[in-house]
Design a protein around this ligand. Structure first.
Ligand code: NAP
Length: 283
């Protein structure tokens, strides 16, 4: 039987710790950590994610400021709003919900967020610093995965990790974090030839492709650690990017879908906002 890397349980435990830290901040400084969320446009899935993030703030006693901007917002208008939040001393973290409408230069807007408020880990500066091993908030999904692996004492040094996907928010930072943890890392993507052969060599497989069950159970080496970042709603409650049915017979450890990687993402955002608020008090 394999170890279940239960993100739901870990996130819940971390929330309990965060509640205590937020309470301590309030009592010692009179300040409440505040996350500003920016939602541009009317994508219902994005609105749900922003609402979930606001709810997570409430659960640990933090406040959130919800900024909503219309679908026709320009890059200049969004940059001006980010400047305003950067300058607001009450705001400790800024989350710009991805994706923004197509007319907006999303990269320019992400990069406008101050490094000290980049609690979602989306800026090029933050990525570069993380890659170099300097302090920075990590992109939330891969950072949450690292936390889950570390919590379960999954051995990383010397292991061959195969990350499938190379997006700016997930695949690339994931690969860099695993490299920094002394894994030997292979990054696969849509142009990779013979994906199955790469995965067969992996001690750790991370599925971050956005295609339901693209990665087949038969490709996974016996004893590998399987991390599935994908989530696709189904009648049975959802599936990931990896075929997980029967994976217990093959993997030494795996993240369930749902309840594995997903809960760790918002948890990491909230944790990094609390850290930003604590850092501000100390500075
Ligand atoms: P994305 O931006 O669409 O990137 C997908 C990556 O997968 C790309 O690098 C793409 O390669 C690669 N890919 C696509 N088809 C492939 C194929 N047939 N073979 C090999 N590689 C392929 O997606 P993302 O934002 O990184 O998200 C990836 C998954 O993680 C999704 O299922 C998403 O729902 C999930 N996710 C979960 C959370 C969470 O909170 N749990 C957060 C973010 C994302 P190219 O670069 O060559 O196009």
């Amino acid at each position: 039987m394999s170890l279940v890397l239960d993100g739901k349980a870990l996130a819940s435990n971390i929330e309990n710790e965060l509640r205590t830290r937020v309470e301590r901040l309030k009592q010692t400084t009179g300040r409440t950590p505040i996350l500003a969320t920016i939602l541009v446009g009317d994508d219902p899935a994005s609105a749900t994610y922003v609402r979930m993030k606001g709810n997570a703030c409430k659960r640990v006693g933090m406040d959130s400021i919800r900024v909503e901007m219309p679908q026709e917002t320009t890059t200049e208008q969004l940059l001006a709003k980010i400047d305003e939040l950067n300058a607001n001393p009450d705001v400790h973290g800024i989350l710009l919900q991805h994706p923004v409408p197509a007319q907006i230069d999303e990269r320019a807007c992400f990069d406008r967020i101050s490094l000290t408020k980049d609690v979602d880990g989306v800026t090029c500066l933050g990525f570069g610093r993380m890659a170099m091993g300097e302090p920075a908030y990590g992109s939330c999904t891969p950072q949450g995965i690292m936390h889950l692996l570390e919590h379960h004492q999954i051995e990383l040094a010397g292991k061959h990790a195969v990350v499938v996907g190379r997006s700016a928010i997930l695949g690339k930072p994931m690969a860099m974090m695993l490299l920094n943890a002394n894994c030997t890392v292979t990054i696969c993507h849509s142009k990779t030839v013979n994906l199955a052969e790469h995965i067969r060599q992996a001690d750790i497989v991370v599925g971050a492709v956005g295609v339901p069950e693209l990665i087949k159970k038969d490709w996974i080496k016996t004893g590998a650690v399987v991390v599935d970042a994908g989530f696709h709603p189904t009648d049975e409650g959802g599936c990931g990017d990896i075929e997980l049915d029967g994976i217990q017979e093959i993997a030494s450890a795996y993240t369930p879908v749902p309840g594995g990687v997903g809960p760790m993402t918002i948890n990491t955002l909230i944790r990094q906002t609390v850290e930003a608020a604590e850092a501000k008090v100390q500075s």
